[in-house]
Write a protein that binds this ligand. Structure first.
Ligand SMILES: Cc1cc2nc3c(=O)[nH]c(=O)nc-3n(C[C@H](O)[C@H](O)[C@H](O)COP(=O)(O)OP(=O)(O)OC[C@H]3O[C@@H](n4cnc5c(N)ncnc54)[C@H](O)[C@@H]3O)c2cc1C
Ligand SMILES: NC(=O)c1ccc[n+]([C@@H]2O[C@H](COP(=O)([O-])OP(=O)(O)OC[C@H]3O[C@@H](n4cnc5c(N)ncnc54)[C@H](OP(=O)(O)O)[C@@H]3O)[C@@H](O)[C@H]2O)c1
Ligand SMILES: Cc1cc2nc3c(=O)[nH]c(=O)nc-3n(C[C@H](O)[C@H](O)[C@H](O)COP(=O)(O)O)c2cc1C
Ligand SMILES: *[C@@H]1O[C@H](CO)[C@@H](O)[C@H](O)[C@H]1NC(C)=O
Ligand SMILES: *[C@@H]1O[C@H](CO)[C@@H](O)[C@H](O)[C@H]1NC(C)=O
Ligand SMILES: CC(=O)N[C@H]1CO[C@H](CO)[C@@H](O)[C@@H]1O
Length: 691
């Protein structure tokens, strides 16, 4: 592969967590850093005397010709001709391309599975990232006979595409390409609890048809709030027969599982060539260099880690301050902080035990498909321990295709049948998966524990598990008050599963142990820009609704409004609705908020849900304050912000607003809904919600 570091690329949306394009950032400028490397090499070799002894032996790493240098965000990884997916399809004799718009990997995984299955129907497939492809070539897809383009697209935010599909969707929206002769199908990934359910997929499916393309199979919609895996396989099971019908393909081939990656074990790997948890660039944690982003996180020292809950609370909520002094990192109130977590070592060791493998074995997994843009599933070479600790998700519920491939490694026939059944699309299979995996909440470690006859080779397991994702936190400080620190407010996830096990949140459990120390605890972070912003004019009044940790971004907002007041600016009303269980347990930043209320920066409304027999929520307070709400949003052109629980609260607030606008604004329900919709497009009604 050729790299052209001199070629500037449109800067990637900040923080797009495309974590797998190892290829584009593999082993980073060796030459440039030779001096530093020698120093580091010395230090490393001293630290690893064991390796030193073995150094003379034969080197077993991939040839260095494979490595090249490019900068993650500022430069393109590919020269233009390599963006030609049509060329790739043609030279490798393929007719199926599956594009994905994915932020956290689900869409990408689905795309991979579709492309792989194509072979059964004599349609050799390829997965492609629209960001890396010249999507205008879709007009030439018809030059490949019997070709098909499939799109697996997730929706985010306010009905937005993922970062990697942004440009493609813009192109569809603004262009008028003639897509006659293009055969396509779309599968959407979304979550019904969001207002803009699957909007991107719905739009693309419709727009492609409008531009003249031929829909081979109906749009599929996956709902992550129910069972997206189920939605996908159900759709897929009807999709393939429709494709065969359309192209006149007869009968399906064998359902063979083909390994995607080939294993190489390195007996004498040079430690300085082995990844130890870096996201993309080798040694990026040793020689840190800005700009920092999803592929190049900053190792921030933990400056403060304080408990926000009172002693009687059975939960824990952390106030953490990260030191960013000297990092050149910038943030704004309302942005998100991404944190790369590390898996629990007990779980990692457990997997090593079950698979009976020395976790310190250094390996490389190489894609057997040479045309694929993804050479390795995660940065390689690295040890199994590093892969399981830093790169792979070992705590979420595995999807059915993982179970299907693992079934082969059960020595007990009954166990094998059980896993196969769970992976099947029969009603019994689906019900068993729903119960045994989803409801009883089993992760891969639990499965290995509960099916003792299952002994998969660790390299195959590493191929099947999804990538460990970074977690986002709403930044709870303002850079105007705290220019050299970033604050987050995170509630520790810990709960009991129906099988009696205690599950602990990967990131929050890991962060809990990170305290100020010397040498400092370092956490890999980057800032992801958001659309969640205060009005530009401080005189504009704002209402903020943030129960629980939903308070986080508003702490930054309040700090900002307070500074504006101190600077003598005219500042409009700053109204906060906060709710928690009990005032002495989980009232976050109680003293701070009460001070701000006392000195006139803040109007505070609090609801304590569990202090009386009847639940009292922020939504109940809103219902009682219709006058104030209408005065802000109806009369003073103010803004309203909602943060926290996406499941119920955000929808409830929306419904209350509609009621307020109907009553006070004297509008019909339709007019009121349109009024809110308009506030939304004017960025006067914003939400920052998660689940
Ligand atoms: C834009 C955005 C902003 C966010 N801001 C914040 C913030 O400011 N503060 C904050 O604390 N979090 C915030 N989050 C959530 C945060 O990103 C993490 O999801 C959260 O901290 C859990 O991460 P973890 O790695 O500790 O847990 P994980 O290991 O990811 O485990 C969490 C998962 O465990 C499961 N789970 C959790 N509780 C239960 C239960 N009781 N029963 C069954 N299953 C359960 C759920 O599947 C859940 O997804 C935000 C998320 C987004 C997307
Ligand atoms: N995935 C999970 O299982 C899980 C677990 C924990 C938190 N979370 C999510 O994490 C986010 C923040 O959690 P948190 O721990 O900070 O919040 P929290 O402490 O659980 O909730 C804060 C307050 O909001 C109340 N509340 C519950 N439902 C509400 C509604 N529909 N409208 C208004 N208020 C409501 C709660 O009351 P009551 O609790 O008394 O009803 C509580 O008083 C939320 O998005 C939550 O969904 C998810
Ligand atoms: C912060 C956030 C915002 C989301 N916004 C939407 C949305 O507006 N509409 C929707 O249908 N789904 C929404 N979703 C759900 C995702 O699209 C869904 O979980 C999907 O499976 C993610 O696919 P991916 O893993 O490929 O990125 C959102 C999810 C998150 C975490
Ligand atoms: C979305 O899907 C996930 C399942 O991955 C679920 O836990 C969550 O509650 C759903 N809702 C939202 C708003 O994300
Ligand atoms: C209000 O109180 C807060 C919290 O103590 C303080 O930081 C801030 O400076 C005060 N603001 C004004 C305008 O007095
Ligand atoms: C939280 C946790 O267990 N972290 C461990 C993960 O694994 C690495 C490497 O084995 C350890 O150094 C961490 O302490």
């Amino acid at each position: 592969m050729i790299a052209d570091a001199s070629q500037p690329k449109a800067v990637r949306m900040s923080g797009s967590p495309v974590l797998d394009e190892q290829e584009s950032v593999e082993v980073f400028d060796e030459a440039l850093f030779s001096t530093l490397d020698i120093v580091l090499l010395g230090a490393l070799l001293l630290a690893a005397g064991w390796w030193l002894l073995r150094r003379n032996k034969q080197e077993n790493l991939p040839a260095p010709t494979k490595s090249y240098s490019i900068q993650p965000t500022a430069y393109t990884a590919l020269v233009p001709s390599e963006n030609s997916f049509i060329k790739k399809l043609k030279t490798s004799g393929r007719s199926l391309v599956v594009f994905y718009g994915s932020q956290t990997g689900t869409g990408e995984e689905f795309a991979g599975r579709l492309a792989k299955e194509g072979i059964r129907y004599r349609m050799k497939g390829m997965v492609a990232d629209p960001e890396e492809c010249d999507m205008e070539e879709l007009v030439n897809m018809k030059s490949i006979p019997n070709s098909l383009a499939v799109f697996c697209l997730a929706t985010y935010g306010e009905g937005d595409p993922t970062d990697n599909a942004m440009e493609f969707v813009d192109w569809l929206k603004n262009g008028d390409a003639d897509l006659n002769g293009l055969n396509y199908a779309v599968f959407g990934l979304g979550n019904k609890t969001y207002e803009h359910y699957n909007e991107v997929a719905i739009y693309v499916d419709h727009r492609l048809e409008q531009l003249g393309a031929t829909r081979v199979f109906e749009l599929g919609l996956g709902d992550d709030d129910a069972n997206i895996e189920d939605d996908f396989i159900t759709w897929k099971d009807k999709f393939w027969p429709a494709v065969c019908d359309f192209f006149g393909i007869e009968g399906a081939g064998e359902d063979v599982s083909i390994r995607q990656y080939k294993l190489t074990e390195h007996v004498d790997a040079l430690p300085e060539k082995v990844y130890t948890g870096e996201i993309a660039r080798l040694h990026s944690y040793k020689n840190q260099r800005s700009p920092y982003d999803a592929k190049n996180p900053y190792l921030a020292p933990v400056k403060v880690n304080r408990e926000l809950h009172g002693p009687t609370s059975e939960r824990s909520c952390m106030h953490i301050e990260f030191d960013i002094e000297g990092s050149t990192m910038r943030y704004e109130a309302g942005d998100h902080l991404a944190v790369y977590p590390v898996n629990n070592s007990e779980l990692v060791n457990k997997i090593g035990e079950v698979c009976q493998v020395d976790l310190d074995t250094v390996i490389t997994l190489t894609n057997t498909d040479e045309e694929s843009t993804k050479k390795h599933p995660f940065p390689c070479p690295c040890s199994y321990r590093t892969a399981l600790t830093h790169y792979l998700d070992i705590t979420s519920n595995p999807r059915t295709h993982v179970l299907k491939e693992l079934a082969e490694y059960c020595s007990d026939q009954a166990d094998k049948d059980k896993l196969k059944l769970m992976a099947s699309t029969t009603p019994e299979g689906k019900a068993l998966y729903q119960q045994w995996i989803t409801q009883e909440n089993r992760n891969i470690v639990h499965i290995l524990e509960d099916i003792p006859s299952l002994k998969p080779p660790l390299d195959h397991l590493c191929e099947l598990l999804p990538r460990l994702q970074c977690r986002y936190y709403s930044i709870s400080s303002s850079p105007k008050l705290h220019p050299t620190t970033i604050h987050i407010t995170a509630v520790v996830v810990e709960y009991k599963t129906p099988t009696g096990r205690i599950n602990r949140g990967v990131t929050t459990t890991w962060l809990k142990e990170k305290h100020p120390s010397d040498p400092p605890c370092l956490v890999p972070i980057f800032v992801r820009k958001s659309q969640f912003r205060l009005p530009t004019r401080p005189a504009t009044p704002v209402i903020m609704v943030g129960p629980g940790t939903g308070l986080a971004p508003f702490r930054g907002f309040i700090q900002e409004r307070d500074i504006a007041r101190k600077e003598g600016k005219e500042v409009g009303d700053t109204i906060l609705y906060f709710g928690c269980r009990r005032r002495h347990e989980d009232y976050l930043y109680k003293e701070e908020l009460e001070e701000f209320e006392k000195n006139g920066t803040l109007k505070l409304h609090t609801a304590f849900s569990r202090e009386q027999a009847q639940k009292e929520y922020v939504t109940h307070l809103l219902e009682n304050n219709k006058e104030e709400i209408w005065s802000v949003i109806g009369e003073k052109n103010g803004h309203i912000y909602i943060c926290g629980d996406a499941r119920n609260m955000a929808r409830d607030v929306h419904n209350i607003l509609v009621k307020v606008v109907m009553e006070r604004g004297k509008m019909t329900e339709m007019e009121a809904t349109a009024f809110i919709k308009k506030m939304d497009t004017q960025k006067r009604y914003s939400s920052d919600v998660w689940s």
